[in-house]
Design a protein around this ligand. Structure first.
Ligand SMILES: O=C(O)CCC(=O)C(=O)O
Ligand SMILES: [Fe+2]
Length: 207
């Protein structure tokens, strides 16, 4: 194991757990050490032009490409580079830390890079339907420097009940949002420039 591996502080995991139980989501600035965020950004940038695939929606085995709902391209992280492995290690630490505090029974974590080109979007959706999915906690980590007000591409989180806006999140470098997958409808507004992120899900083992 690389000694440079950043570990999340127990204080940070406490704060994440507190926010998740109080309001169901948490927004974190400067989530990772800068060199890790920078390496992930560089890797996403270089891979996005070659190996990303148009994203699917629906069940894993029955993916449909539906340009009407989402238009981004994705690539799953499998730990095939040092920065991917470091990111997955951190999320593993978070998984264990959240299970200890919240008894969520999180079983594993999956994540992919996403690339939204100019004009791309992801319309309002839920990441999981109650009782039908093993996705429990959604995470999105952003990799974009100098996001301007007119760049679009905000993540809008809605309240489940009134569909009122809870939070409008610009996809700013090294920012991370975590939210309960079944609880918050959300959308990515049309992006006016390239937008890179890592979307991930902590899952329970339902089978
Ligand atoms: O990129 C984002 O801000 C959210 C992406 C998203 O909702 C998803 O991939 O399910
Ligand atoms: Fe989503």
């Amino acid at each position: 194991m690389n000694l440079n591996h950043q570990l999340l502080s127990e204080t940070l995991i406490d704060a994440i757990a507190d926010n998740l139980s109080a309001k169901g989501y948490v927004l974190l600035e400067d989530f990772l050490v800068d060199d890790l965020a920078t390496s992930l950004q560089a890797e996403a940038l270089s891979l996005s032009t070659q190996t990303f695939k148009t994203a699917g929606i629906g069940r894993q085995n029955n993916q449909q490409i539906n340009g009407k709902i989402r238009t981004d391209s994705t690539l799953w992280l499998e730990g095939s580079s040092d920065c991917q492995q470091r990111y997955l290690d951190l999320m593993e630490q978070l998984r264990i830390g959240l299970n200890r505090r919240l008894f969520l029974g999180l079983f594993d974590f999956e994540c992919h890079y996403s690339h939204y080109k100019k004009g791309d979007f992801y319309k309002t959706h839920l990441d999981a339907f109650k009782g039908q999915s093993n996705r429990i906690l959604s995470t999105v980590f952003y990799l974009n420097h100098q996001w301007q007000a007119n760049d679009g591409g905000e993540l809008v989180l809605y309240s489940a009940e009134q569909h009122s806006e809870l939070e409008v999140v610009t996809p700013t470098f090294n920012r991370c949002i975590l939210f309960l997958s079944e609880r918050f409808p959300h959308e990515v507004q049309v992006s006016n420039r390239d937008r890179l992120s890592i979307a991930g899900w902590f899952r329970i083992n339902r089978s």
